[in-house]
Design a protein around this ligand. Structure first.
Ligand code: SF4
Length: 93
């Protein structure tokens, strides 16, 4: 019986060792690029408190944090975003 077809060669293993970190770096670069494409807090007049009844938790662009009160992120504004924040790009969910 020849079970060599089921074995992973040393060169295949080395390719995996090289390729996986390269993919991770590539994904990280894409994430950074996406974050850089977002508007700055200053450019959208972001504030860490609501404006009247409008706040990030009720905005269609808000990305929830780990808990309801934790900071999250925003699809269009860079950085950590408070669920109680607000900016001029606010749009109702
Ligand atoms: S667009 Fe503005 S209001 Fe809406 S979640 Fe992002 S930072 Fe908050």
């Amino acid at each position: 019986m020849n079970d060599s077809r089921n074995r992973i060669s040393r060169s295949d293993a080395l390719k995996g060792i090289i390729v996986l970190p390269a993919l991770a770096v590539g994904f990280g670069a894409l994430t950074l690029e996406a974050e850089a494409a977002k508007a700055s807090k200053a450019s959208v007049k972001y504030q860490s408190h609501p404006k009247g009844s409008q706040k990030c938790a009720g905005c269609r662009f808000f990305i929830k944090g780990k808990t309801a009160s934790a900071n999250g992120a925003c699809q269009v504004v860079a950085g950590s975003i408070s669920p109680n924040g607000w900016c001029v790009s606010w749009a109702k969910k």
